[in-house]
Write a protein that binds this ligand. Structure first.
Ligand code: CUA
Length: 319
């Protein structure tokens, strides 16, 4: 379907790399529109300059010269040609627009969630990752939504951009044409962390994606507990309310939390040990720290014991 020559190897001077079939299609239309515009810009501006110089007022030519008021063939020409050009642009553009918005039925589906301030990618087997991993030459369908505010999902190398809003799903799809890593951005100003809201698309060679998935889906067994806990912190959504830098957010910061004395609503105080943290995760309203609202949802049924241990081990490292 695609000739090899049509695929640019890397980013050029003007454009990012053409990483997907859609990128090639979008670029062709872009260049058509650009060159048609350049042609008419040069034509019209040159004629303007020539006419200004040629018909300027000078000695012996004070009055404007008589000129024809109407020229039917000329007017038909300069109406018909632009109409045909814009029809070509419209038909071609609309065809590609429909193509970009119609995922093939056999597409591999990945759920995309935008949240302050990260992208999360959920695979069919339940694995959640912060980067989008895909196999090359395979149609990938993204079913996207947002947890909080409007975010803009943008992969320049794939010429793919769509806003996500809370409470509804949007679908886009792409097919990567070469392996490599490409940048994902957020293009809607979504708060203080907006400029940090980026991720990568990692396009794997044939077989590499399955290998990656087998390893990544097994990180609880392969990573040290504290490292696995940090990963869970980011993928379970803890990071939305708990910082690791010392500032309080919706919930208390995790920095220096372990072993500290936590004053609770109601005048009690508890030491933040393993059992305290475990209770906070499974039954968050039981011990609400002083100055915070009881808004944390329970993670009962969402995390298992090894995962709770991993999260606690991670909190221990945040001194
Ligand atoms: Cu999300 Cu900007």
């Amino acid at each position: 379907m695609l000739s090899r020559a049509a695929v640019q190897a890397g980013p050029g001077f003007w454009m990012p790399a053409q990483g997907s079939t859609g990128a090639v299609a979008v670029d062709r239309i872009f260049w058509l529109v650009l060159w048609v515009s350049v042609f008419f810009f040069v034509l019209i501006v040159s004629l303007m300059v020539i006419f200004v110089v040629r018909y300027r007022r000078r000695a012996g030519r004070e009055e404007s010269e008589p000129s024809p008021r109407h020229n039917t063939p000329l007017e038909i020409t300069w109406t018909a040609i632009p109409i045909m050009i814009v029809i070509v642009i419209f038909v071609w553009g609309f065809k590609e627009f429909l193509n970009i918005n119609t995922p093939p039925v056999n597409a591999y589906e990945v759920q995309v969630t935008g949240q302050k301030w990260k992208w999360l990618f959920t695979y069919p087997n339940g694995h959640v990752d912060e980067d989008l991993h895909v196999p090359v030459h395979t149609p990938i369908q993204l079913v996207m939504t947002s947890e909080d505010v409007i975010h803009g999902f943008y992969i320049p190398a794939f010429r793919l951009k769509r806003d996500v809003v809370p409470g509804r799903y949007v679908k886009i799809w792409f097919q990567a044409v070469q392996t490599g890593e490409y940048q994902i951005y957020c293009t809607q100003y979504c708060g203080t962390g907006h400029s940090d809201m980026w991720a990568k698309v990692v396009v794997h060679e044939p077989g590499g994606f399955e290998k990656w998935m087998a390893e990544a889906g097994n990180f609880m067994k392969t990573m040290p507990p504290a490292q696995a806990g940090e990963r869970l912190y980011r993928t379970l959504g803890c990071a939305q309310c708990h910082t690791v830098t010392g500032e309080a957010s919706t919930g208390p910061t995790w920095k220096g939390l372990f072993g500290s004395r936590v004053p609770l609503e109601g005048g009690r105080a508890l030491t933040a040990d393993e059992n305290y943290l475990r209770t906070c995760i499974l039954d968050p309203t039981q011990n609400v720290p002083l100055g915070f609202q009881p808004v944390m949802p329970t993670f009962k049924g969402r995390v298992n014991d090894p995962e709770i241990t991993a999260i606690i081990e991670y909190i221990k490292t945040l001194k």
